[in-house]
Design a protein around this ligand. Structure first.
Ligand SMILES: Cc1cc2nc3c(=O)[nH]c(=O)nc-3n(C[C@H](O)[C@H](O)[C@H](O)COP(=O)(O)O)c2cc1C
Length: 274
């Protein structure tokens, strides 16, 4: 069985889950190729017996670059696919987004797996950080999920694997599912601050230009962030010179008043744990 495993991961949580899944599939005899989204290739997708797509959750949904990629895929008539995601406490529609877009292309989505991933979103006041996730148990669960997917295909079973998360097939209608519906990129651009470059610290290494998942950073004399920025803060978090700055004051207010209150109401009094 040929498996093509694509992952979108900025702080390596989803990548660790993808590695655990790949390892488990290989142990069972599958030939697995694992690639980051930016390097994913349509021809390999078509060639695979099983397509795996994994992502970090942004704003309780699948990040825009992942959705865009899935929308541009060719027809996947009855190709087996499985999806997985890592998130903080509010995964919302992330699994459904992946499965729904794959099904629209005609894929046969046989399972969805979700686990926690430590949150590195730089907004200082965000609660629910899920420190050190995914941990050994989470990764063991990911391996078991991969075993179930492999067995399902090998034995030619119909439908979805028993271990699949129900929201892979039907969206839930909880609070964060609504958050996902209203959190379009344009709303996030209004609510969240854009990173700003401190030119004195920038060494023009162009790390941010090559890493931006939206290809929204272009090089003038210095990197310039364009209007396509989705506020993922990958440039801010990852810049080797720490040359980006963000003014959190206005959005801290929004997050503290609205988001953290909701966390507290729905999940108990979460405390910053790092
Ligand atoms: C910009 C951004 C937005 C996020 N939004 C959410 C969210 O709405 N709900 C949630 O549960 N986690 C959210 N997270 C947390 C990530 O989904 C989580 O940390 C994930 O494991 C990161 O995966 P990665 O290390 O593979 O990039 C967000 C993280 C970032 C950076």
């Amino acid at each position: 069985m040929k498996v093509y495993l694509i992952y979108f991961s900025q702080t390596n949580n989803t990548r660790s889950v993808a590695e655990a899944i790949a390892e488990s599939l290989e142990q069972q005899g599958a030939v697995t190729q694992m690639v980051p989204l930016k390097k994913a290739n349509e021809l390999e997708v078509i060639d695979a017996d099983l397509l795996g797509i994994g992502t970090a959750c942004f704003s309780s949904q699948a990040p825009t670059p992942v959705k865009r990629f899935l929308k541009t895929l060719p027809r996947l008539d009855q190709k087996k696919a499985s999806v997985f995601a890592t998130s903080g406490s509010a995964p919302g529609r992330v699994l459904y987004d992946l499965a729904h877009l794959l099904r629209r292309k005609g894929a046969d989505v046989i399972g969805g797996f979700l686990t926690y991933g430590e949150v590195h979103h730089p907004a200082p006041c965000l609660l629910g950080r899920m420190a050190n996730r995914p941990d050994t148990q989470d990764l063991a669960q990911a391996r078991r999920f991969a075993e179930a997917v492999f067995e399902h295909i090998a034995k030619g079973r119909p439908g979805v694997v028993a271990a699949s998360r129900p929201e892979t097939d039907h969206p839930k209608w909880g609070f964060y599912d609504f958050v996902a519906l209203i959190s379009s990129d344009s709303v996030l651009r209004l609510l969240l601050p854009k990173p700003r470059l401190n030119e004195n610290q920038c060494k023009q290494c162009q790390w941010c230009v090559s890493e931006c998942p939206m290809n929204a950073i272009v090089m003038d004399a210095y990197p310039r962030i364009g209007d396509q920025c989705i506020r993922c803060y990958h440039c801010f978090n990852g810049c080797p010179q720490k040359a980006f700055q963000v003014n959190w004051v206005p959005s801290n207010l929004v997050v503290s008043l609205f988001y953290n209150k909701t966390f507290a109401r729905w999940f108990g009094e979460l405390k910053p744990d790092s």
